[in-house]
Design a protein around this ligand. Structure first.
Ligand SMILES: Cc1cc2nc3c(=O)[nH]c(=O)nc-3n(C[C@H](O)[C@H](O)[C@H](O)COP(=O)(O)OP(=O)(O)OC[C@H]3O[C@@H](n4cnc5c(N)ncnc54)[C@H](O)[C@@H]3O)c2cc1C
Length: 529
């Protein structure tokens, strides 16, 4: 089971929406194609916006030439992340190149009471890196160095702007790899992976980011540099590392990370298992897990997804209702043994086809289809990508209920997900040009995520809560639970300046954000005058 919503874990995606930025920089979040207002963000603080020139001048004093981006045209590069439905240019963006520079920036923003939105590569599907008009984007894209590699103790220490794939790139020539493998791994940064506790297809065996993170260097909003965890197995005291991983840029800015690296297995081989019903494939997954087998990945795709991927990647997938890609690894003998057991389990579910990869090329083709799934679906439909988790044993029931809900709401749902650990990604297909379709889509999405919670799962799997699941947090947590979590933020960021409009419903955080604005702004206005 993947991580949970809130500071104990992570989350998904509720919607594709469009944004209109109004003339006066306060903005209305709308579906621009039908004018319906879909989402609320706090009004930007006009007093901060009025002090932009002063702030930019201060930031330029502590950063190198070119590291402060503030012209209206240039800040547009930071107006959204991969949830492109929501956009808002930030006040400014800064690109520090050292931890000391990050600390200097945060100290200034703290003194000026300016909100800060940390940013890695901007691939969040949850709007986690979305700015507001009164916020500074703090990007870590220039922090890309490998600081230390230690094969004896199996760790690598990197700056967090480094991309996920290039961490493996730094050690693969010596037979090692970094296990968490989000499909976005070519682009996404370790910073964002830590903030969202990201996972990927191969995390069933090796765990998600939190299971592969040993330590971080983090800068608090006040500009204090702290070390949490280290190259060792565990630390004394509270498990602050567990708290930081998945905290969505709300507790501090992570600038360096010590990551576990793993020796590459001797070999790996996927098998395709094709079935004539989603529920049957779901039962097969449940049986594989119950048998105590631990494949490195079990991925699920249903007919709409298979068809889209086939058109896009020409993977040669069989004609079937549901497909599993199960990959095992080890020596040839170990692989043969595990695959024999998996085939025996699958046989009890009357598969349409069982196709074991016979070569590197076949293995690559099998994965090419799955890895292209989101892009392939996007080519043929508007869709909303959900990201809930459920207990694996509930897969057959949940898949059946999703089909029923889909019929009830009149919108098709395509399924592609990490089935082995119950991390679902239902894709709700809708027509953005059809008035009302988006709202129906959002309502269906909310029902599906509530279903995940009802069966013992959670709202979020690996994409983060961000803005998109923020308002559904009430479904997962009661008032006392939420209060406990926001008190954690109070400790790390008492001024509520770091990514303040994310993760928690706005009604829960309103008083804290208001308390931040009034007294501090008065102080600054007085200082400037
Ligand atoms: C095509 C596609 C496929 C994807 N597939 C997967 C997948 O398989 N698995 C998965 O888990 N995700 C997936 N994602 C989502 C996304 O790639 C991950 O959430 C990723 O970890 C985000 O990394 P980033 O560097 O782009 O972060 P950003 O988008 O820049 O930021 C994400 C969050 O991290 C915070 N943050 C950024 N830098 C820091 C920092 N230095 N300190 C503190 N907080 C910080 C931000 O404030 C924000 O809340 C996918 C996205 C796309 C577009």
């Amino acid at each position: 089971m993947r991580a949970k919503a809130g500071y104990t874990g992570i989350g998904p995606g509720i919607g594709r929406k469009w944004l209109v930025v109004c003339w006066n920089w306060s903005y209305i979040w709308t579906n621009s194609r039908n004018g319906e207002c879909n989402m609320q963000m706090p009004d930007p603080n006009q007093a901060i916006i009025a002090r932009k020139a002063h702030l930019v001048a201060r930031l330029k004093q502590v950063l190198p030439e070119g590291a402060v981006i503030h012209s209206d045209n240039e800040v547009r590069a930071y107006e959204c992340d991969a949830l492109t439905a929501y956009k808002c240019p930030p006040l400014a963006a800064v690109l520090p190149a050292t931890t000391a520079q990050v600390a200097a920036v945060l100290r200034i923003c703290h003194e000026e009471a300016v909100p800060v939105v940390p940013r890695g590569s901007g691939t969040s599907l949850a709007g986690g890196a979305l700015p507001t008009a009164d916020a500074v984007i703090l990007g870590v894209a220039r922090l890309t160095e490998v600081i230390e590699t230690d094969y004896d103790n199996r760790f690598i220490r990197v700056q967090t702007g480094r991309t996920n794939l290039s961490v493996t790139g730094a050690v693969e020539q010596d037979g090692f790899f970094y296990a968490p493998d989000p499909s976005s791994q070519l682009a996404c940064a370790i910073a964002g992976n830590i903030a969202m506790n990201s996972g990927g297809a191969h995390c069933l065996k090796y765990g998600v980011t939190t299971n592969n993170l040993l330590g971080v260097t983090m800068v608090t909003m006040e500009g204090e540099i702290v070390e949490i965890g280290g190259a060792h197995m565990d630390s004394g005291g509270y498990d602050l590392l567990g708290l930081i991983c998945g905290s969505e840029g709300q507790l501090g800015v992570v600038t360096e990370a010590t990551l576990r690296i793993i020796a590459k297995p001797e070999g790996a081989r996927p098998i395709l298992l094709a079935f004539d019903a989603n529920e049957v494939a779901g039962s097969c997954v449940s049986d594989i897990i119950r048998a105590g087998l631990l494949p490195v990945a079990i991925e699920f795709m249903d007919r709409p997804c298979i068809a889209a991927c086939e058109r896009f990647a020409k993977a040669g997938y069989p004609d079937c209702e549901a497909l599993l890609i199960v990959e095992v690894e080890g020596s040839d003998a170990e692989i043969d043994d595990q695959l024999a057991k998996i085939k025996a389990i699958a046989a009890t579910h009357d598969p349409v086809e069982m196709r074991e990869s016979k070569s590197e090329a076949e293995s690559a083709a099998i994965w090419a289809g799955r890895k292209a799934a989101f892009g392939a679906m996007g080519q043929i439909n508007d869709y909303m990508c959900l990201d809930g988790t459920i207990p694996v044993s509930e897969l057959p029931f949940v898949l059946r209920r999703i089909r029923e809900l889909s019929a009830e709401f009149g919108l098709d749902v395509a399924n592609v997900f990490h089935a082995g650990d119950g991390n679902m990604h239902p894709l709700i297909l809708f027509d953005a040009n059809k008035p009302g379709d988006l709202h129906t889509c959002e309502a269906l999405g909310a029902e599906i995520l509530k279903l995940c919670v009802e069966v013992g799962g959670c709202l979020t799997g690996e994409h983060g809560v961000g803005i998109e699941k923020r308002d559904l947090m009430h479904v997962q947590f009661d008032a006392a639970d939420l209060e406990m979590q926001v008190r954690v933020k109070d400790v790390f960021d008492p001024g509520w300046l770091l990514n303040p409009a994310k993760v928690f419903p706005l009604d829960v955080t309103e008083a804290r954000r208001a308390a931040r604005d009034v007294p501090q702004r008065r102080t600054q206005d007085a200082a400037i005058a």
